[in-house]
Design a protein around this ligand. Structure first.
Ligand code: NAP
Length: 135
């Protein structure tokens, strides 16, 4: 069985996304740059599964040293996770993906950034306590 993890960065009120990008895209502040660098460091050598909009926002260099897999809603989460036995799998969003895969996630890595502007995608703390029977 794969080790299932999730990693995300949120704003002060749980902001996750805006216009198909990170809400703080382009911000060169120390915390923002460190967060992106850490994401690529922690996921190196592992698998990232994510919805099509999130995959579209991943830069080409990221494919060199990790497995990136676009997932679709017609696939059953347990079946998708079974494609990667003995790998570390990061569930990479967006929100409907975290909602569906939450019951399988063993470890959440959440960075709370100083951003407090607008967003059209939000973190839901209920994901952290989703029972497997609801998935
Ligand atoms: N702050 C962060 O750490 C972070 C991380 C990731 C993403 N984001 C942001 O989130 C936004 C993108 O997220 P998004 O939700 O709009 O689009 P998304 O990444 O494409 O994810 C949602 C889509 O995933 C597909 N999907 C695959 N498996 C699914 C399942 N089992 N259940 C439900 N849906 C499933 C669905 O598309 P189909 O029905 O077409 O298959 C669904 O519409 C962007 O703004 C991005 O920057 C932020």
């Amino acid at each position: 069985m794969a080790e299932i993890r999730a990693m995300c960065a949120i704003g002060q009120r749980g902001q996750l996304g805006l216009n198909e990008r990170l809400p703080w895209e382009g911000n060169k502040g120390r915390e923002y740059l460190a967060d992106v660098a850490r994401f690529f460091e922690v996921t190196r050598g592992h698998v990232i599964i994510a919805g099509p909009r999130t995959v579209a926002s991943i830069p080409p260099f990221a494919y060199e040293d990790r497995t990136i897999c676009e997932i679709r809603s017609e696939k059953n989460p347990a079946d998708v996770l079974a494609w990667f036995p003995d790998r570390v799998v990061f569930v990479g969003g967006g929100p409907p993906v975290w909602e569906a895969y939450a019951p399988f996630i063993q470890h959440w890595d959440i960075t709370r950034l100083p951003y407090d502007g607008e967003a059209d995608r939000w973190f839901d703390p209920a994901w952290l306590v989703q029972a497997r029977s609801t998935g």
